[in-house]
Design a protein around this ligand. Sequence first.
Ligand code: SAM
Length: 262
Amino acid sequence: MNATVMDAEHLHWLEAQLRRNRFLPAPPAELTFCGDGDYRAIGAEFLGHFVRLADLRPHERVLDIGCGIGRMAVPLTQFLSEEGHYTGIDIVRDGIAWCDRTISAAYPNFCFQHLDLHHPLYNQTGLMNAADIRLPFPDNSFDFICLVSVLTHIDGGVLLNYAREIARLLAPGGRCFATAFLVNPPVRDALRAGQGRLAFDPDAEGPEFHADLAAPMAAVAFDENFLLEKFLRFGRRRRRPAVYGCWSGRPGAVFQDVCIFE
Ligand SMILES: C[S@@+](CC[C@H](N)C(=O)[O-])C[C@H]1O[C@@H](n2cnc3c(N)ncnc32)[C@H](O)[C@@H]1O
């Protein structure tokens, strides 16, 4: 058995453990502002995506932008080694406080930081603007940056700034794993045929689409080329073609589309 096969088996075992281990922390019901669904199973699923699609390694330095209530951090506690490091940032103070109390207390190489950025749904009283914030880390600080279900809640101005910041923060060889709703011609056709699971207008001009005009930041899609160009502009390129999710009616196990930049 070579090392790759052993790694794949170990990962498979770890995912199963993460799904069934009731001793791993999970937030109380009043803090579940990051969507419903099985907290442990979704975390286990994404750890698998991080490793299989973006080659996350145990010794790497991870930045989780929009870490919410630690859904990605909890499984990473079982994957990252002591040389590895995890930083989670989010704009919801209570989520960061829970992660700090529950995760950092047991895993000192996991740290969480609140950013008081304004958001109409997540942080209405926020004082700073995500479209011009400089994230509080030096250049080249991270090997792996993830944004899971975050680009689906920001506008084009924030997307541009975060693409710039991600390019600045990734060390050579680093990867960015981001989920999004990507609009392209087949997706427009699927939406027109009523196959999509979200109510984006297939005939809207774009490049930004909102499923609910009364709460535009509740679900945001971007034209695929528009989003791609934001990352290319700062010297990043696609590591692999997008993995398209089933939100738009395509077959597939992942719900949102997955983009990986390097
Ligand atoms: C649907 S939740 C996903 C949370 C987490 N990534 C997960 O998958 O469990 C979206 C998160 O993005 C955060 N968020 C929204 N705008 C943000 C911004 N500009 N910077 C950082 N986080 C942001 C929200 O506070 C929220 O925790």
